[in-house]
Design a protein around this ligand. Structure first.
Ligand code: M6R
Length: 614
C-alpha cells in the first residue's frame, strides 16, 4: 500500500529511485512521483496512473542530475488518483518534499490549523500536511530536518512512514516510521530507505530493520537512527537472503505465472531444515516454552484474504492432530468484537507481507489480552513477526503479483508444521505419526510439479467461460476454503462475480443462483473419502438446474466422468494435503480468464499487494 524509496549516494538518484519504484509498484499503482535536489532547488515530477506515465513525463520534461532523491508509488486513500494528489508533496516555500505511506488520522485538524495560519493546500491528501508542518517547524528545529521530523511526528496520529528531503541539506534523506513498513539499505558510499528490500537489492543485500517510532537519517557515508523522543534506537541488521533475479519475471510474461511455477520450490524450501539434531521439529524463532505450549487451550488464527483461507485449511489439520479447538478469524473483525483470548490462547497471525494492518492490529489486541503469539510470514524483518513471541517463516521468496499464489501454499505448509509442533510438544502424536505426515508433506513439491505439467487444458476451459457473468466454486472439508480461494482469485483478477460455498450449504440458499449455463467449479475429495458421494449429490443438485460442472478430481476418479462437463485432474493425495494440489488449477484458471479479458493480471484494478491501512 504505497511504495516509497529514498536514495543518497554517488549514483544518479533518479535512476536508482525509478528502478526501485519499478520493484515497488506492486504496492500501489494509482500514481507515481519523484523529487530530487539539484543546484539548491527541489525538482518534482509526478503523474496519475502507473509508473510508465511518470517515466514518459520525465522523458518529455527531464530532471537535472542529482545524487539525492525520493520516489513514491501510490495506492490512493485520501484524495483520488490525480496528478495533484500524487506524491511527493512540497511545502509552500518549495523547500521540503515529502512522500508518505499510511494514514495520518488527525490530518483534518492539522489541515484546519495550517489553513488558519494562511497556508494554501494544493491536494486533498493527508500527506500534504506533513510537508507544510515540516517547513513550519524547521526554524524551531534550528534548520535540522531530522529534528523537525521528530517534532512533527510527535503531532501525528495514525500509521505512517514519511520520507523527506530539504533543498538546503542536499546530501541527506530523513525517514520516520510508525506502524508502516520501512527498511534501510546499507551501501558503500550510498544508503537507501524503502518500503521493502526489493527496492535496493540490486545495490546491496545488507539492511537494517527499524523498530516503531524511529527516525533514520541517511547520508552517503552514514546511517543514524533515533527514537521519536530523540534517544538512541535499537535496530536489527539483516542480510537479504535472495538476489535481485528473484524479484524479476525470469522469462515469464507475468509475475503471477512465474510465482505459480515456483510453487514446488517454495513448498520444498518451506519444509527444509525443520528438524533439529534430536529429530524434533523446530521453528525459526521460538520465544515460547514447551510449558507455555502445553498450557494452550485454544488456537486462534487471524489473517486476511488468501492468508485467511490458508488458516481455514489449517484448522482441519491442526484440530485433527492436536485436539485443540482452532478458531479462524478475519483479522479486520477480530478486535472489534471483544474476542475471548488470554494467556492460554495461541494466536497465529498469518501474513505474506508481515505488514497487513488489519492483521497487525488483531495481533496487538491479542497480545494486550496476554495471548501467546506466533507469526507465519514470508517477509523477514517485517512488523508482524517482529512483534510475535514465535515465528515460522515461509520460504516462498518475494511474491510480487498482487494475487497471492505461492504464499498460500507455503502458509498451509507452515501452519501444518505449527500443528505438528504442538502435537509433538503436547505428546498428542507419536514421533512415527509426525514423521509420516512429514513424508506426505515432503512428497507435495513433486505432486505440485505434476499438476503444473498437466495444467494446460485448464487454460482452454477458462477461455470457454470468459464471458460468463458468474462462476461458483463448491467444496467440503478442506475443499471448502479451496473453493473460497478459487473464487477470490477470480474476483480480483477477472473482475467477475465469483463465490465459494461449502457444498452442503447450497441447498440452504445459494442453489437459487443456479440457472442454465452457470459454471460451477467443484473441488472433489478422493473417491475413497466419505465426502466424495456427498459431493456427487451436490453436483447432481446443481446439474439438475442447468449448471455446467468443472470438476477438480483425483487421477483415477472414474465416477466423476458421468457427472461433469470438464474434468481437471490432480494427483492422488492424502485428504489434508489436497489443497496444495487442487488450488493450483484454480490459480491458472483465474490468471487465464483475466488474460482473456485483457486485464492487467499482476496489478489488478483497485488493489495493492500490501494493505498497510485498516
Ligand atoms: O500480506 P498478507 O498475506 O497479510 O495479505 C493478506 C491479503 O491482503 C492477501 O492475501 C490478498 O487477499 C491477496 N491479494 C489475494 O490474492
Amino acid at each position: 500500500m504505497c511504495g516509497i524509496v529514498g536514495y543518497v549516494g554517488q549514483k544518479q538518484a533518479l535512476e536508482v529511485v525509478v528502478a526501485g519504484l519499478r520493484r515497488l509498484e506492486y504496492r500501489g499503482y494509482d500514481s507515481a512521483g519523484v523529487a530530487v535536489i539539484a543546484d539548491g532547488a527541489l525538482e518534482v515530477r509526478k503523474k496519475a496512473g502507473k509508473l510508465a506515465n511518470l517515466e514518459s513525463l520525465i522523458g518529455t520534461d527531464p530532471l537535472p542530475q542529482s545524487t539525492t532523491g525520493i520516489g513514491h508509488t501510490r495506492w490512493a486513500t485520501h484524495g483520488g488518483p490525480t496528478d495533484s494528489n500524487a506524491h511527493p508533496h512540497v511545502s509552500e516555500d518549495s523547500s521540503i518534499a515529502v512522500i508518505h505511506n499510511g494514514i495520518i488520522e488527525n490530518f483534518a485538524e492539522l489541515r484546519e490549523e495550517l489553513t488558519a495560519a494562511g497556508v494554501t493546500l494544493s491536494s486533498e491528501t493527508d500527506t500534504e500536511v506533513a510537508a507544510h508542518l515540516l517547513a513550519a517547524t524547521m526554524p524551531a528545529a534550528g534548520g535540522n530536518l531530522t529534528d523537525a521530523m521528530r517534532m512533527v511526528c510527535q503531532r501525528l496520529e495514525g500509521a505512517f512512514t514519511l520520507v523527506a528531503i530539504d533543498k538546503a541539506q542536499p546530501d541527506l534523506v530523513v525517514a520516520a516510521r510508525r506502524n508502516s513498513p520501512l527498511v534501510v539499505g546499507l551501501g558503500e558510499g550510498e544508503n537507501f530507505v524503502a518500503s521493502d528490500v526489493s527496492a535496493f537489492v540490486d545495490h546491496t543485500r545488507n539492511a537494517l530493520e527499524l523498530g516503531q517510532d524511529q527516525i533514520v537519517t541517511i547520508t552517503p557515508s552514514g546511517v543514524d537512527v533515533i527514537t521519536f523522543e530523540g534517544g538512541p534506537a535499537e535496530v536489527t541488521p539483516f542480510t537479504v537472503d535472495w538476489d535481485a533475479a528473484a524479484a524479476e519475471k525470469g522469462g515469464f510474461d507475468l509475475f503471477m505465472l512465474k510465482e505459480i511455477a515456483e510453487q514446488p520450490k517454495a513448498v520444498a524450501d518451506s519444509l527444509r531444515g525443520r528438524f533439529d539434531a534430536d529429530n524434533r521439529l523446530q521453528l525459526d524463532e521460538m520465544r515460547l516454552s514447551d510449558v507455555d505450549l502445553r498450557g494452550i487451550t485454544k488456537v486462534v488464527v487471524v489473517a486476511c484474504g488468501t492468508a485467511f483461507h490458508a488458516g481455514m485449511v489449517a484448522k482441519y489439520a491442526v484440530e485433527h492432530w492436536t485436539r485443540i479447538p482452532v478458531e479462524v478469524e478475519l483479522a479486520s473483525e477480530f478486535r472489534y468484537r471483544d474476542p475471548i483470548v488470554g494467556p492460554d490462547s495461541l494466536v497465529i497471525a498469518i501474513s505474506q507481507s508481515g505488514e497487513t494492518m488489519d492483521t497487525l492490529m488483531a495481533l496487538r489486541h491479542a497480545k494486550a489480552q496476554g495471548a501467546r503469539t506466533l507469526a507465519i510470514c514470508n517477509t523477514v524483518g517485517s512488523t508482524i513477526p517482529r512483534e510475535c513471541d514465535a515465528v515460522l517463516y515461509t520460504y516462498a521468496g518475494p511474491e510480487i503479483a498482487v494475487a497471492s499464489t505461492k504464499a498460500f501454499l507455503t502458509q498451509i505448509v507452515a501452519a501444518y508444521l505449527v500443528g505438528l509442533y504442538l502435537a509433538q510438544v503436547r505428546e498428542q502424536m507419536s514421533a512415527a505419526d509426525i514423521s509420516d505426515v512429514m513424508e506426505d508433506l515432503k512428497g507435495m513439491p513433486q505432486k505440485v510439479d505434476l499438476v503444473l505439467d498437466t495444467v494446460e487444458p485448464v487454460r482452454a476451459i477458462a477461455r470457454t467461460f470468459a464471458n460468463s457473468t458468474s462462476v461458483l466454486f463448491i467444496g467440503r472439508h478442506v475443499g471448502y476454503p479451496v473453493a473460497l480461494e478459487g473464487a477470490l482469485k477470480l474476483k480480483e483478477l477477472a473482475y467477475m462475480h465469483a463465490e465459494g460455498f461449502a457444498a452442503g450449504e447450497l441447498k440452504h440458499g445459494p442453489i437459487a443462483l443456479i440457472e442454465d449455463g452457470v459454471p460451477v467449479v467443484v473441488i472433489l475429495p478422493s473417491p475413497s473419502d466419505r465426502l466424495h458421494d456427498k459431493m456427487i449429490s451436490a453436483i447432481q443438485e446443481v446439474r439438475a438446474r442447468g449448471a455446467v460442472i468443472i470438476a477438480i478430481a483425483e487421477e483415477g476418479d472414474e465416477k466423476i466422468l458421468n457427472f461433469s462437463d470438464h474434468v481437471i485432474r490432480v494427483p492422488v493425495t492424502p485428504s489434508l494435503m489436497q489443497p496444495l494440489v487442487s488450488t493450483v488449477p484454480l490459480q491458472v484458471f483465474a490468471c487465464e480468464m483475466a488474460t482473456a479479458k485483457g486485464h492487467d493480471v499482476d496489478q489488478p484494478r483497485n488493489l495493492a499487494k500490501s494493505v498497510t491501512v485498516e
